[in-house]
Structure formats: structure tokens, C-alpha cells
Write a protein that binds this ligand. Structure first.
Ligand code: 6PG
Length: 251
């Protein structure tokens, strides 16, 4: 687990935006389209703003939006229009500001009769867009963005919640622990996430230092944290700021 350490959250967000744009341009050049899975959180939001403001100003941030397909790794299960939705944040910071067709933005449904129904509906969307990979073929996302929480969660895969151990469903209902609101979530599970070509984990701020250090050193119990799965995946890049990295060495 090698950390790529940036001076501060702004530098990290800028670097992440450049990585996202570069990987999607390469995907479109190679395969005709690029698939991107967005995350919630403050750190990703800063990268979205970079991507939204970069085209025309900085070529490294320009994206072929007509060939990009956008998904979400997790969502708060609150009604459509609620500002707490990760999709609402992503629209405001990025998607409403770039020429991406609405039909290419796949937000998670949150208003079905049950969370299971919403999860199953989104799984159908994802499987239809990617192909279900049953033959072991290359159906996968090009770029997945993830954050991690101080409790070791990633996406909405929380410690001890069954969604974190799900191996069949690609999208599952999930519950954040007491005290983390809103508790009711939908999340992609490891089977689709861990097949991505590139996973960028964005991690900023002193509040992440302890969990990053536990993941790095393999502290007792750390292996049970959902985010520990990321340490075993070769396509993961850890983009962190100095406050999160602490004294850990990094590029
Ligand atoms: C949530 C948060 C959470 C967040 C990570 C990283 O839904 O509870 O969005 O999952 O993504 O904690 O967030 P930051 O980038 O803001 O640190």
C-alpha cells in the first residue's frame, strides 16, 4: 500500500481530477467509451469542481463527455431532490456544468417501495451497462472513486454491515452505524467495485490519519475493516494529503 502524498487537499483534488480525466480519455480512445463511478464526500467534490472548471482552461482536465457514462458507488437513501444525495452534490459540482447527456448519468434510485427494490433496480442498470461479466469477460468500470471514513468504511460498506460481505448482489441496501446520518444507504458491493480497471481512493485531513495508519501497518483488527479490501487490490491508488498521511512516507 503505497501512498501518493500531496501537500494539501487542494493539491490532492487537482491531482485526482487529472488522473480521472487521463484515465477516461484513454478508455475512450481504446474502447470508445469511459465509465466512471463517483463517490460522495468533500474530497471528491473538490475534484469534481476542478473537472467542471478545467475544460477550455486546462487541456489535462478536458473530458470527452459524449462518450462518458457516470455511475454512483453509493447513495444516501433519501427522497429524490434531497440535498443530502451524493448525486445532488455531483450534479451541482460537476454534472450540471459539463456537456454530459442526462441519459448517461445513472443515479441510484432512492424512492422505491423498499431499499431492496431500489438496489435491485440499480443493479439491473449496472449489469445492463457493463454486461454481467458472467463469462469472465472484460465487463468492468474504467475509474472508480472512493473515499474512506475514519471508521474504515468505503462507499457505504460499513464495518459489520452485511453489505460489506455481499458476494452475489452488485448493489445492496446498507446501514451506516448509529450516529452517522442518514443511516439508510444503497451501495455497490465488492464484486463490481473490485473489478474496476482503476480505483482512486481520495483521502484528506487529519481525521483519516489513524485509519490510514492502521490499514498500512496491518494493526490488529484492521483486516476486518471494509477499506482493508482495498489494500489487496493492485489497481488501487491512494491519493492522500499530508494531513492524512502524517509521517508515513509517500511519493
Ligand atoms: C457518507 C460520507 C462518507 C464519505 C467518506 C469520505 O455518506 O457518510 O459521504 O462516506 O464519503 O467519509 O468523505 P470525505 O471525502 O468528506 O472525507
Amino acid at each position: 500500500m503505497r501512498l501518493e502524498v500531496f501537500a494539501n487537499a487542494d493539491a490532492l483534488a487537482d491531482a485526482a481530477a487529472r488522473e480521472i480525466a487521463g484515465a477516461l480519455r484513454a478508455a475512450v480512445a481504446d474502447r470508445g467509451r469511459g465509465t466512471l463511478v463517483l463517490a460522495g464526500g468533500e474530497t471528491p467534490r473538490r475534484s469534481y469542481e476542478r473537472l467542471a472548471g478545467g475544460a477550455g482552461v486546462d487541456d489535462a482536465l478536458a473530458l470527452p463527455w459524449e462518450a462518458v457514462e457516470v455511475f454512483f458507488g453509493d447513495e444516501r437513501r433519501v427522497p429524490a431532490g434531497d440535498p443530502r444525495l451524493n448525486a445532488a452534490m455531483a450534479r451541482e459540482a460537476l454534472l450540471d456544468r459539463v456537456p454530459v447527456a442526462a441519459s448517461r448519468v445513472h443515479a441510484m434510485p432512492t424512492s422505491g417501495a423498499t431499499a431492496d427494490e431500489d438496489a435491485a433496480a440499480y443493479e439491473r442498470v449496472v449489469r445492463a451497462a457493463l454486461g454481467d461479466g458472467a463469462a469472465g469477460g472484460g465487463a468492468t468500470f474504467d475509474v472508480v472513486l472512493l473515499g474512506i471514513g475514519p471508521d474504515g468504511h468505503t462507499a457505504s460498506l460499513f464495518p459489520g454491515d452485511p453489505a460489506a460481505a455481499e458476494r452475489e448482489r452488485w448493489v445492496a441496501p446498507a446501514n451506516a452505524p448509529a450516529g452517522v446520518a442518514p443511516r439508510e444507504r444503497l451501495t455497490m458491493t465488492w464484486p463490481p467495485l473490485e473489478r474496476a480497471r482503476l480505483i482512486l481512493v481520495l483521502c484528506a485531513g487529519e481525521g483519516k490519519r489513524a485509519v490510514l495508519s492502521a490499514l498500512q501497518s496491518g494493526a490488529p483488527g484492521a483486516e476486518a475493516l471494509p477499506a482493508a479490501r482495498l489494500t489487496a487490490l493492485p489497481q488501487v491508488r491512494w491519493l492522500v494529503d499530508r494531513a492524512a498521511a502524517g509521517d508515513a512516507p509517500g511519493a
